[in-house]
Design a protein around this ligand. Structure first.
Ligand SMILES: [Zn+2]
Length: 249
């Protein structure tokens, strides 16, 4: 399903791709604007969505360019209707590095929100929504929400990764991932229930997706650890490639 992507362009050597389903979101969003305010509303809605996804790309670049400082490359950033996904070569096993790399994403949103706040705070309370001022106000709010939402400790969202890194300072990596994924799954189920109760379907879909990806990533970490152990038994402890150096897949 992730194969349905349209390559856009490269940013600092990282391929930016758009998942085909993103176009559905764009169409839905354009239609909402059209129904509210005709052509003007449609243009405004599309502009807001594109600006917001530019912020999503900057968030992902925050992760990727910090990772590059630790020698980890990113193959591509994929834009999905529910947000961005960075396809990195690996996740660092050093908790301090994972924390710095993870915090860099939401930090980008808070910096953007801070910059927008300098402009937005001069606006009157009753700026019309479908105006440039309305667009900047929305963008300010969306960046704040995105920064905070990502810090909820639901693995593999940013907050969940930070929780895993903190646990990994005391537990073996796989156990730390297991507990972070378990906490994440409980919170994701709670998130789905709250979203369904309030009929916010998009958020329910988002938490369902996060639940599934969390489980997938935990299994991947476990599999790599088992493969590394297999090689250790095979070669003897000294010559064994560690989980760090063992190539994925
Ligand atoms: Zn992030």
């Amino acid at each position: 399903m992730l194969g349905w992507s349209i390559p856009l362009f490269r940013i600092r050597g990282i391929q930016l791709s758009l998942h085909a389903s993103f176009l559905l979101l764009l169409a839905y969003w354009a239609d909402q604007g059209w129904q509210d305010e005709g052509w003007h509303g449609m243009r405004w809605s599309v502009a807001l969505l594109l600006c917001f996804f530019a912020c999503v790309v900057l968030h992902e670049l925050g992760h990727c360019l910090t990772a590059r400082r630790f020698g980890i490359n990113t193959r591509r950033i994929l834009l999905l209707p529910i947000g961005g996904m960075a396809d990195m070569e690996e996740i660092p096993r050093q908790p301090s590095r994972e924390i710095v790399m993870t915090l860099a994403g939401p930090a980008v949103n808070f910096v953007i929100a801070g910059a927008l706040w300098l402009v937005v705070r001069h606006f009157k309370d009753d700026v019309p929504l479908y105006s440039p001022a309305g667009l900047l106000s929305e963008l300010f709010l969306w960046n704040l929400v995105m920064g905070c939402f990502n810090l909820i400790p639901v693995f593999p969202m940013d907050g969940g990764r930070i929780l895993r890194a903190l646990l990994a300072t005391r537990l073996p990596y796989v156990r730390a991932t297991f507990w972070a994924a378990s906490v994440g799954k409980v919170l994701a189920v709670a998130g789905i229930a709250v979203a369904l109760w309030n009929q916010v379907w998009m958020v329910a879909v988002l938490f369902t997706f996060i639940f599934a990806v969390g489980e997938m990533e935990y299994r991947l970490v476990k599999r790599r650890e088992m493969e590394a152990e297999h090689w250790q038994n095979w070669w003897g402890r000294q010559a064994a490639p560690t989980a760090e150096t063992y190539p994925p897949g």
